[in-house]
Design a protein around this ligand. Sequence first.
Ligand code: HEC
Length: 120
Amino acid sequence: MARILTIGIAALLGSTLAPSAMAADSGAQVFKSQCAICHSGAKGAIGPSLAGVVGRHAGSAPGFNYSPAMKQSGLVWTPAALKLYIAEPAKTVKGNRMPYAGLKDPAKLDAVVAYLAAQR
Ligand code: HEC
């Protein structure tokens, strides 16, 4: 009982003291369950590596064969641009080839973008 209480308090403190670290944590889970299948970063993966994607020009990971739509989008992946794209890929970059319907949950969207920002 005392142990359960301690864990509960630790979780509470964690969420008040380090919100961004907590977001990155659940972001890792979202990434693992919804993105990693294509964005593992491995050579030959279906999607490009997303390491260092925040601040990068769209369509610029070396060695990945992007769609013309992505290469010519002119986007820079700021956190705001990433949220728009991940929420509605087909609408945000028309003609792009990411076969993903979109992540609508705002909390998960924030968390996964915080996670991406932490990947260098
Ligand atoms: C079924 C495979 C698949 C899934 C699942 C997927 N993606 Fe993608 N993603 C791609 C492909 C393919 C592209 C390249 C699109 C193009 O060139 O038009 C891409 C491109 C991107 C880009 C642009 C990268 C760049 O270098 O410009 C981002 C950002 C991105 N995906 C984020 C995500 C996130 C975050 C998730 C999970 C919430 C996700 N993707 C899920 C396949 C996928």
